[in-house]
Design a protein around this ligand. Structure first.
Ligand code: SME
Length: 148
């Protein structure tokens, strides 16, 4: 097993060269979800974006089908949006209000995407393992969403 930091450093440089600013957001976000998934093979990895009704709406993702709309301050995603900070949940079954899109998911990390001081969406990653995410994931995933 390659060291996680090294994996993230490789992933970050891959993503830096993948991002094509000539494209609409959807192409880049789709490729970023695929690159993260290929690197780590998590249960689910993708984006929810703030829509015009001020809800999080399912965006590009990799993995099983997921819930489409999440309200502000609801679930882990809506809480990361409201708090404007990354949330790591070691055991989703203990997170009050967790929205279970899949019974296979046991831990989760959600990173808000902030542009011009506004949360425009979140990056959400779910794992079938408990305690999967730590400060290394937080550090690199925050770096990844900054270059989107
Ligand atoms: N578990 C998330 C919902 C999205 S799915 O995990 C893909 C939440 O509680 O916000």
């Amino acid at each position: 097993m390659i060291n996680k930091e090294l994996q993230y450093q490789n992933l970050l440089s891959q993503i830096e060269s993948l991002i094509d600013k000539r494209c609409e957001w959807v192409a880049n976000y789709a490729n970023v979800s695929a690159a993260i998934q290929q690197a780590f093979n998590h249960w689910w990895c993708g984006f929810y974006m703030v829509n015009k009704n001020n809800q999080l709406e399912l965006g590009p993702f990799q993995g099983p089908v997921a819930c489409t709309l999440i309200d502000f301050n609801k679930g882990v995603c809506g809480t990361a949006w409201a708090k404007r900070e990354t949330i790591i949940v070691p055991n989703v079954h203990e997170f009050e209000g967790h929205i279970a899109c899949s019974s296979e998911s046991n831990s989760e990390i959600v990173v808000p995407i902030i542009k011009n001081n506004q949360v425009i969406g979140v990056l959400d990653i779910d794992s079938q393992y408990f305690n999967q995410f730590d400060d290394i994931d937080k550090y690199y995933l925050e770096a990844i969403v900054k270059i989107l």
